[in-house]
Design a protein around this ligand. Structure first.
Ligand SMILES: Nc1nc2c(ncn2[C@@H]2O[C@H](COP(=O)(O)OP(=O)(O)OP(=O)(O)O)[C@@H](O)[C@H]2O)c(=O)[nH]1
Ligand SMILES: [Mg+2]
Ligand SMILES: [Zn+2]
Length: 303
């Protein structure tokens, strides 16, 4: 008789899902039915799995349990917090990419947290302040001096993931929080950008195994390029204003006029930008995102 267990997918590699239950981590293949139904198990999924051969320790993912949320990039399910990691320099920060990622997280119910690394190379105070003012936790970090890693560590709780451009220092930051992980990081000497995309897979580590005495997990993920983010984020135009949390107090004033908060005269959001209550870069990101979805019909987004 096959027995069925429940567990959490902590790692995925070609053809295998590594499922952790209370006793062990089991390498599982996915049932063929998932491919037919175009359902892909994700790291972070709670699943039911069966063990064919207890001795060989190999199993099969039988069922994906309901998800609270899921992201395509990074490919993860059931996240509580998304740590959006950017560098002060090399590569330079990209507020549009940050705003797209944070908007997407906001819409699917994941708390965005901003981290600015390499603060030993260039000042990041203004960026840190900009995102704090918008209502997010936001940190300056140096993985060289160790500055800020304690604050990021304190913010890890529940299921968390580090995401951001390749080379910003996601793996370096996790190493400085949890030296025992000994994750591979890109070489400093390589000025041509070779050696980027050092992290190849998404993997969840138990906070307890990182020396953090709390329930939960943290994922390191492969970096991406700005181009990848561009295609991955489409939020319906009706939802878009709610993806920018600092707009919230102003939206009621525009509600009855069908305002898109882009160019309209008397728009409360634009007025807030002029008064310095909303950062111009955040509003510019909103307008650019609005521009790219304004002509897309609902049914096209839900395909
Ligand atoms: N000066 C400085 N260099 C850093 C800092 N953090 C990381 N680096 C360097 O930046 C390079 C990339 O670091 P990684 O940790 O591999 O970056 P990553 O975000 O994990 O990159 P991918 O795995 O490719 O997505 C390495 O050479 C690090 O030594 C920092 O705070 N300051
Ligand atoms: Mg890495
Ligand atoms: Zn408006």
């Amino acid at each position: 008789m096959e027995e069925v267990y429940e567990g959490l997918i902590v790692r995925a590699t070609a053809g295998f899902y590594y499922v952790r239950d209370t006793e062990r981590v089991v390498a599982c293949r996915a049932r063929g039915i998932f491919r037919k139904e175009k359902k892909t198990p994700l790291v972070g999924d709670h699943v039911r799995f069966s063990l064919q051969d207890v001795k060989e320790g190999e199993g099969t993912v039988e069922e994906i349990l309901p998800r609270r949320n899921a992201l395509v990039r990074p490919p993860l399910a059931n996240l509580d917090k998304l740590f959006i990691v950017s560098a002060a320099a090399s590569p330079p920060p990209d507020t549009f990419a940050i705003d797209k990622l944070s908007a997407l997280a906001e819409i699917v119910g994941i708390e965005p947290v901003l981290v600015f690394t390499k603060c030993d190379l260039a000042p990041v105070g203004e960026l840190v302040a900009l995102y704090r003012k918008a209502g997010f936790l936001s940190f300056a970090v140096s993985n060289v001096s160790g500055q800020g890693s304690e604050a990021v560590r304190d913010a890890l709780d529940g299921v968390c993931a580090f995401t951001g451009n390749s080379g910003v220092g996601k793996s370096s930051l996790l190493n400085s929080i949890a030296p025992g992980l000994a994750l591979q990081v890109g070489a400093v000497s390589d000025r041509l950008g070779r050696g980027r995309h050092t992290t190849r897979i998404v993997e969840l580590f138990r906070l307890a195994d990182c020396g953090i005495p709390r329930e939960g997990y943290v994922a390191d993920t492969p970096g991406f390029s700005a181009l990848d983010v561009a295609g991955a984020v489409l939020i319906r135009k009706e939802q878009l204003p709610y993806a920018f949390r600092e707009f919230a107090p102003y939206l009621a004033d525009c509600r009855y006029r069908g305002c898109a908060h882009v160019r309209e005269d008397g728009c409360a959001v634009r007025t807030a930008v002029e008064r310095g209550e909303i950062a111009p870069s955040r509003h510019a990101s909103y307008c650019a995102m609005y521009e790219s979805v304004k002509d897309i019909k609902d049914w096209e987004l839900n395909k």
